[in-house]
Ligand binder design. Structure first.
Ligand code: G3P
Length: 227
């Protein structure tokens, strides 16, 4: 399963790329707003930095407007993927964008049927929002399992990005469900490395190592006199 970083923050992106586990980045209008930067200048910097797909979200609400906005965003970089909300006008636009070869990520997916329709119109990715579904009392991961089953049944090539992930268990369950990608904020990514028993073990080993006698330094070799 691929891991995407869910952020528009350049320092987080650079740091997580250094960790070697980031396959792509997803942004959304709320994440961009937090940076205080103009969107398209920021998008160009993110796309130039990330060695993988970068999702950039449309804010137009009608199909013609979405297509025009998507074309402009797609022109920013070859790795740009255009996020389109899972509404009827959005899916009309996704079909047209697919015909033009522009990659799309249908976002704010809250039901299995929305994901089914997105695949039918040729979406490259779908982003079901598991954390927000859990908050509503809907089982977010069950929606992921249903989408995976339907995509497998009909050999859809649309990839599932598990989005709105809140904790490492969402990442674990995404992988067990066979999701293609899970996108996570950097704090969840940091938690994936951690276990208290690992920290205890490291401290035990360091304490033991401090008691190991130091090696004797070899005696310095006298310089040759040439005699
Ligand atoms: O970027 C899409 C999604 O992951 C946002 O999640 O935390 O706003 O529910 P969240």
């Amino acid at each position: 399963m691929k891991l995407f970083l869910d952020t528009a923050d350049m320092s987080q992106i650079r740091e997580a790329i250094r960790w070697g586990i980031v396959d792509g980045v997803t942004t959304n209008p709320a994440l961009v707003s937090r940076t205080g930067r103009p969107a398209e200048e920021l998008y160009a910097e993110i796309c130039a930095t990330v060695p993988g797909p970068v999702s950039l979200e449309c804010v137009s609400m009608d199909a013609d407007g979405i297509v025009a906005e998507a074309r402009r965003l797609a022109a920013i970089s070859g790795n740009a993927v255009i996020k389109v909300p899972a509404m009827r006008e959005g899916l009309v636009a996704v079909k047209r964008l697919a015909e033009e070869g522009i990659k799309t990520n249908v976002t704010l997916i809250c039901s299995t049927m929305q994901a089914f329709l997105a695949a039918k119109v040729g979406a490259t990715y779908v982003s079901p929002f598991v954390g927000r579904l859990d908050l509503m009392g809907q089982e977010g991961m069950e929606t992921i399992r249903q989408i995976k089953t339907i995509y497998d049944n009909y050999r859809f090539t649309t990839e599932i990005i598990v989005a709105s992930a809140r904790h490492p268990k969402h990442v674990l369950e995404s992988a067990l469900a066979g999701a293609h990608i899970c996108t996570i904020p950097i704090d969840v990514m940091e938690l994936l490395y951690q276990h208290p028993m690992t920290d205890v073990g490291i401290q035990q080993f360091l304490a033991a190592w401090a008691k190991v006698p130091q090696e004797r330094k070899p005696a310095p070799v006298a310089p040759a006199t040439g005699a």
